[in-house]
Design a protein around this ligand. Structure first.
Ligand code: ADP
Ligand code: MG
Length: 295
């Protein structure tokens, strides 16, 4: 099921203050595609997902999920839309602590009015999909954070919605568990054909998708392939290396001054070594400037 977002605007009003969370955002996700939306904190990621998922309403603009024009729905219709069309996974591991894994997955199906037999069959299938059959009778505090997020994922799949929305699904996980969760999302996308929009601030997580959209100040600024984002990341770490060398040279300069002042080296040696260090520092600065980094 495709997702189409056109000129989406969301303004929040806090007393007299207006916050423009989305400023005319456009996005086009194809049926069966897995897309990451990457951007810094406060760029509008959650707002976007909540509007697409029918949890929040747009100020202006157009959102279509499959054949449904979400932006035209009344609040009562949005409830039905959420139930049938989307599964939502949140950053916080929001399982009910007193229920087992199986019960947490079963819960949304009780709300849907499914029969007990159907529910139990489906819970079995869903736990198998996320590799948690062995954890069916464990409570959330008896399993890892990564496993908890996989329980949340199977609960989000319970209604068999064609679109899965994941808001920072790895936000509270370590790198190893983050990778496992993302691998399962990719599996769900490929094997079950779910359209997935995953929001994250982590390039390593984002690159698992078919396409990566960069969001900034409430707008999609560019689209990247996984290979491009890996390259960008490499560029970032090169910048970090340059910065680290500058810090190192500055420390050497301080030491050199000290050595001269305390008479450990003579004036000639001081001037020569100082010049060399300064020259290296200038070329590192220039390299950073070439890479678009303002120092
Ligand atoms: N309910 C709200 N009331 C007021 N401002 C909000 C609300 N939700 C989000 N915002 C503001 O909208 C902007 C985008 O927020 P959000 O979508 O949560 O960003 P992200 O998920 O990328 O961190 C931020 O400036 C945030 O403070
Ligand atoms: Mg957010």
């Amino acid at each position: 099921m495709k997702v189409l977002v056109k000129d989406l605007i969301r303004v929040y009003r806090l007393g007299n203050v207006e916050v423009q969370a989305l400023r005319g955002l456009n996005m086009d996700v194809k049926e069966g595609e897995m897309v990451s939306v990457i951007g810094p904190s406060g760029s509008g990621k959650t707002t976007l997902l909540n509007i697409v998922g029918g949890l929040d309403q747009a100020t202006a603009g157009y959102v279509q999920v499959g054949d449904v024009t979400v932006t035209a729905l009344q609040p009562s219709q949005l409830v039905d839309f959420r139930r049938k069309h989307v599964g939502h996974i949140f950053q916080t591991l929001n399982l009910i602590p007193t229920l087992t894994t199986a019960e947490n997955v079963e819960l949304p199906m009780i709300a849907m009015g499914a029969s007990r037999r159907f529910r139990h069959e489906r819970v079995k299938q869903l736990l198998e999909i996320v590799g948690l059959t062995e954890r069916a009778n464990h409570k959330p505090d008896e399993i890892s954070g990564g496993e908890q997020q996989r329980v949340a994922m199977s609960a989000a799949l319970a209604n068999d919605a064609p679109v899965l929305l994941a808001d920072e699904p790895t936000g509270e996980l370590d790198t190893v568990n983050a990778k496992i969760v993302v691998d399962y999302l990719v599996k769900v996308n490929k094997e079950l054909g779910k359209t997935i929009i995953m929001v994250t601030h982590d390039p390593n997580v984002a690159r698992a998708a078919d396409r990566i959209l960069k969001i900034e100040d409430g707008l999609i600024k560019s689209a990247l392939t996984p290979a491009q984002i890996v390259k960008e990341e490499a560029a970032v770490s090169y910048v970090d290396q340059l910065r680290a060398r500058i810090v190192d040279i500055d420390a050497q300069l301080v030491k050199l001054d000290e050595a001269f002042k305390t008479g450990k080296i003579n004036g000639d040696e001081y001037v020569e070594r100082r010049q060399n260090l300064k020259q290296t520092r200038t070329s590192l600065d220039e390299e950073l400037h070439r890479m678009g980094v303002v120092t």
